[in-house]
Design a protein around this ligand. Sequence first.
Ligand SMILES: Cc1cc2nc3c(=O)[nH]c(=O)nc-3n(C[C@H](O)[C@H](O)[C@H](O)COP(=O)(O)OP(=O)(O)OC[C@H]3O[C@@H](n4cnc5c(N)ncnc54)[C@H](O)[C@@H]3O)c2cc1C
Length: 431
Amino acid sequence: MNISTSHPPSIWLSSANSARTYPRLKANLNTEVIIIGGGFTGLSTAWHLAKAGVACVLLEAQDIGWGASGRNGGMAVLRYKKPWAMLARQYGEDTTRHLHSLLLGALDTIEVMVAEAGIACDFSRHGHITAANGKSAVAMLEADIAWLRSAGDHAPRMLSRAETADLTGTHCYLEGYLDPRSAGIHPLNYARGLAAALADRGVPLHCATPVTAIGEDGQGVSVTTSGGTVRAKQLLIATNAYTELFGFGTDLDRRVVPVSTSVITTAPLPQEQLRSLLPQGHLVSDTRHLLNYYRVAPGGRLLFGGRGSLTGHESLEVYAGLERKMVETFPSLAGVAIDHRWSGKVAVTLDDFPHLGRLGDRVAYAMGYGGRGVILTGLLGKMLAGLATGNEVDAGPMGGKTFTPIPFHGLRIPAMKAVAGYYRLLDALRV
Ligand SMILES: Cc1cc2nc3c(=O)[nH]c(=O)nc-3n(C[C@H](O)[C@H](O)[C@H](O)COP(=O)(O)OP(=O)(O)OC[C@H]3O[C@@H](n4cnc5c(N)ncnc54)[C@H](O)[C@@H]3O)c2cc1C
């Protein structure tokens, strides 16, 4: 894998605030904490360490926000992958209430960082709609509302079929679930703004600096890069779905399955047409197993995302499939030009939770967000900073206990193909 500091051709790149450059590491350094990965997780970790007055160095293989963080849908959604009622059945009431307060706190963490660092990234609580494709999805969302009410959260509500159609601009859903607190951001500007704020506070950031090996001895930890070695007391790994790119000698790459997701945007739409699709600017995801998500993007565009290539090699076919789905959802978009196409990788885990934990006394990690990293990375980055400074953190089921290498990881591509075929069938049957 070559070092590539250029970003995919996303709408976020073409509408981004100007980028600062951060030098490649060309010396040996000593610090308190090393962070590997310059996405939302690593940047949040560095931010919270800097706030606590702890010296750290952040090393990024490519560029700030080059991974999933600079190319996602920018949707900070107040739901875990698993529905609330299912979490309550599986983990019990107390744990699910703890997960609920962690998630609300996660969004507040982002809002506070954006305000404190003065980041211009269009953070706005537009609200998110989970749009139900079938009857079982309606039942699942209703059970979630009932659980949330029992936990004292009255903010989310069900939308009738007519309201869902009005707010999503399409008649393809039975009903919807609206959480008005969920937020949208410009993801690349958020990552770049956080990096700039760190640099302004004197935190060394080094891009084009892949870590190729890590070591630990009685004195501390060290990481190797082609330009120099960094030594520290603690090492924090925030490489998520891109952990396997440079294989620095842990088993973390085998604990997650990197899965491609692809995104397109329409060319700018006339105001009236955009208003007929998402009149109040909500963020939307459906409930299919192979889900689609969409929102308004800069310049009055519609951003539409969904499953990418299973082999990780994107082709025009993947984007054509996404365009077909978009037109199925919004027939009025037939024939509208597509002006951005890009893909990236999410890190899927067996229990659908991200995980935060330790590999030893001096090495810790946070990763495995699936499609929910926008909201959770700020919090897990903060918790990772807490681990490095010896604080107790309680991430509940995200605390790493069940995060182990996935058996038969080498067979993940044929396995994903089989699962995707099965999911396509379930989606067609609306199960
Ligand atoms: C197309 C797409 C759409 C998405 N949409 C949403 C969404 O709308 N809502 C949502 O919640 N989530 C979404 N996600 C998921 C979300 O973007 C991620 O969960 C989140 O950005 C993960 O952040 P991170 O910092 O942990 O990892 P990343 O942003 O991937 O950063 C990891 C970084 O580590 C670096 N790295 C790897 N190895 C090394 C090494 N050896 N040395 C140095 N650096 C290294 C990589 O270069 C990379 O920059 C989406 C993801 C994609 C790809």
